[in-house]
Design a protein around this ligand. Structure first.
Ligand code: SF4
Ligand code: SF4
Length: 128
């Protein structure tokens, strides 16, 4: 018999937050372009991941703008959709210095910095 949860629990499940998928380059597909960066989609994503070198998962980003404040290279710009949702858009991803400040301050774990030289996840490479 299927488990039927009360509405309040179902809403909580829908709103569960997940960190950005650090393997997105292997498991997600490029679906288009926004300004100068790619948009990546998975089977379950909605807004998708914006950027490749500096990747921001728009479905997880809550628009707190902490990454914009700390970035020394002004990589991000505030972006707002028609419904008023605010996101950090990596409009100048090629200027990234791999300092990882944005990843460290992001409360949603929505950012992944990819090394230009190795194309691998910078944080994982440093921890290896
Ligand atoms: S890693 Fe540093 S330079 Fe690159 S986007 Fe983040 S804060 Fe900016
Ligand atoms: S710090 Fe994270 S949640 Fe806040 S705007 Fe940047 S990407 Fe979005």
């Amino acid at each position: 018999m299927p488990l039927i949860l009360p509405d309040v629990f179902q809403q909580e499940i829908v709103m569960l937050k997940m960190p950005i998928d650090r393997n997105f380059q292997k498991t997600w597909k490029k679906s288009g372009q926004h300004r100068d960066h790619a948009i990546w989609q998975s089977e379950t994503s909605q807004l998708g991941i914006h950027g490749t070198r500096v990747a921001v998962d728009f479905d997880e980003c809550t628009g707190c703008l902490k990454c914009i404040t700390v970035c020394p290279e002004d990589v991000f710009e505030q972006w707002e959709d028609e419904s008023g949702q605010i996101k950090a858009d990596p409009v100048r991803e090629t200027a990234c210095l791999d300092c990882l400040a944005c990843e460290l301050v992001c409360p949603e774990d929505a950012i992944c910095i990819i090394q230009a030289s190795t194309k691998s996840d910078t944080l994982s490479a440093l921890l290896d």
